[in-house]
Design a protein around this ligand. Structure first.
Ligand SMILES: Nc1ncnc2c1ncn2[C@@H]1O[C@H](COP(=O)(O)OP(=O)(O)OP(=O)(O)O)[C@@H](O)[C@H]1O
Ligand SMILES: [Mg+2]
Length: 549
């Protein structure tokens, strides 16, 4: 009983510190009296508490809080012009009478421009606005895992409220260079073609760029799915993506149990442009919470073309001068400021990492447009998806000639690095030579062999959706390709060969797969074990008759 009263009293003291305090105390006293009239033995104690409440209430002095109040001059398209807020600064928050908040982005001599973070219903010229001392903060923490939130950190998944204890500003300087360590640990994406040819390291920024409907989102999602059980937190930021695409993404994540370690941040096309502009920064802030705990994080921005468009829209509404392709001049700074926050921290800073995979949509393969070239120069490499290759059925449709990963190969596991080097060379030679075969040119023996090998390599690197490959599976397949085991298999049988090989190895030689997984170095011993495995499998597998395609 005493405890209950104590809690009530604490709540009162905490919650109310203005002139209505005495009034509320009186109400509380009345409640206590009503409760205890019939419990005589407790009554004296209650009386003492009432006395103490009375004397406490006298100690409270009422304070007057001055709020700066401005007036809306005009409003439209999510931007309001406000006068009368002389103390306001850039990035400060204002609050309209309908509880919508706004973020100050422009300061003029007598007025300022604010972007609205919510709906503008009921706001019009003459409406009053209060200036808030706080800058925009969003909740961060472990509670967000498995949740879908908007750019302001509010849940949008019908789940419970987020009771985070930690709130952070969405802008934070990138870690110092002295606090970083080189990218040295691989981040397995589970896509054979990426892990082998364009490996990504933890802390790297690797761009995925491609025309519409070329498998960009799928590639990024598969990377998230592959992090299951690998102790990597994932953040998927959806910017301006159709609601149907987002619900597909959520379904895939749910079906693959990826929500156990993933947070989705969504700014839908019909959200205010301000939310689309803020969403990637919110995502990065959420990721940084885990970075500071020493965790590894993978963050996907799907996609930054839509982000650039939202920023362009806002900038034009704010009457900032347009630059190339009508984007504002600081669009490069905006994206570099965001992506510089992806990093690998040194051990004395906790050793965490944020690996960023921004996605960019190209128009008709035009990779030299403004936003793609900006991002290519900011990132540590790009994976370019090719529409033609995609339509031919080679998926993931990675263009080997112009894709690159600049720092990742340093992080690549040695077992796969050796195999990948020859693979890349063989594939690029094949792509060059293949063009001639279309003219029916007569080819010499070595070129025919090159084409035969190339076709098989191309085929073995294709992969269906949401089926990530483990490192040992990848090594096994690449080794088989590299040592010519596939040369005698018909192209049409390759998928079956692959399936059978992996299943046969799992059933008959699980120890070899385990050794490949654990060993970092490609020793002659491992090589012998894999060769033995493939030899035994070959005798099991019926060779096709027509291997000369
Ligand atoms: N490896 C693959 N194998 C088979 N189908 C695939 C593969 N990758 C993608 N697809 C299919 O291609 C379609 C487009 O994929 P996705 O949505 O990932 O492309 P996108 O480039 O993100 O498209 P958008 O430009 O609309 O965002 C989807 O139906 C997807 O299932
Ligand atoms: Mg997509």
């Amino acid at each position: 009983m005493n405890l209950d009263i104590k809690i009530n009293m604490e709540q009162i003291l905490k919650g109310f510190s203005h002139e209505s305090f005495s009034e509320l105390i009186s109400d509380q006293i009345k409640i206590i009296k009503d409760t205890y009239t019939n419990e005589q033995e407790n009554f004296p104690k209650t009386e003492a508490i009432i006395q103490s409440l009375r004397s406490k209430s006298k100690e409270i002095t009422s304070t007057v809080i001055f709020e700066e109040v401005g007036t809306v001059q005009h409003i439209g398209n999510g931007v309001a012009n406000i006068s009368g807020l002389s103390q306001a600064a850039i990035d400060d928050l204002v609050e309209f009478r309908n509880d919508t908040r706004g973020l100050i982005l422009n300061l003029h001599t007598t007025s300022l421009d604010v972007i609205l973070l919510g709906n503008d219903e009921g706001i019009q010229g003459g409406s009053l606005v209060t200036h808030q001392i706080n800058k925009l903060k969003i909740p961060v923490g472990i509670d967000l895992i498995g949740r879908i939130i908007n750019a302001l950190g509010e849940p949008i998944d019908d789940g419970p409220d987020i009771n985070s204890l930690d709130f952070r500003f969405i802008e934070r300087p990138a870690p110092d260079i002295t606090h970083r360590s080189p990218v040295n640990t691989p981040l397995q994406t589970g896509s054979k073609i990426i892990d082998a040819l364009f490996p990504i390291g933890k802390g790297q920024r690797e761009l995925i760029v491609g025309d519409r409907q070329t498998g960009k989102t799928t590639l990024a999602l598969d990377a998230i799915i592959n992090q299951r059980g690998k102790n990597v937190k994932c953040v998927y930021v959806s910017i301006g993506q159709k609601k149907s695409s987002l619900s597909l993404v959520n379904d895939v994540l749910r079906k693959n149990k990826a929500f156990d370690y993933t947070i989705v941040i969504s700014a839908a096309p019909d959200d205010p442009p301000a939310q689309k502009y803020l969403a990637p920064f919110t995502g990065m802030t959420v990721a940084e919470f885990f970075l500071d705990q020493g965790d590894d994080v993978l963050i996907i921005f799907d996609d930054l073309t839509k982000h650039a468009d939202a920023y362009r829209e806002l900038s034009l509404l704010l009457r900032r001068p347009p630059g190339r392709e009508a984007y504002p001049g600081d669009i490069f700074y905006l994206h570099s400021r965001l992506l510089e926050r992806a990093c690998k921290l040194s051990d004395n800073q906790g050793g965490g990492s944020i690996t960023a995979i921004p996605i960019i949509a190209m128009q008709q393969g035009n990779i030299s447009a403004y936003i793609p070239t900006n991002l290519i120069s900011i990132c540590d490499g790009q994976i370019v998806l090719d529409k033609e290759k995609f339509n031919k059925g080679f998926k993931p449709a990675v263009n080997i000639g112009i894709s690159v990963s600049r720092v990742g190969s340093a992080a690549q596991t040695e077992v796969i690095r050796g195999l990948a080097n020859t693979l890349k060379l063989e594939l690029s030679q094949f792509e060059e030579v293949e063009k001639f075969t279309r003219f029916g040119t007569e080819l010499d023996e070595s070129t025919t062999q090159m084409i035969k090998r190339g076709r098989r390599l191309q085929q073995i690197l294709t992969q269906t959706i949401h089926r990530p490959y483990s490192l040992s599976e990848q090594v096994l397949l690449l080794f088989a390709a590299n040592r010519g085991y596939l040369d005698s298999v018909k192209i049409n049988d390759l998928k079956k060969y692959e399936r059978d090989l992996l299943m046969w190895s799992r059933n008959n030689k699980p120890d070899v797969l385990e050794i490949i997984k654990i060993e970092k170095v490609f020793t002659p011993e491992i090589e012998k074990q894999i060769t033995d495995l493939l030899d035994s499998f070959s005798s099991y597998w019926e060779k096709g008759d027509d291997a000369n395609e």
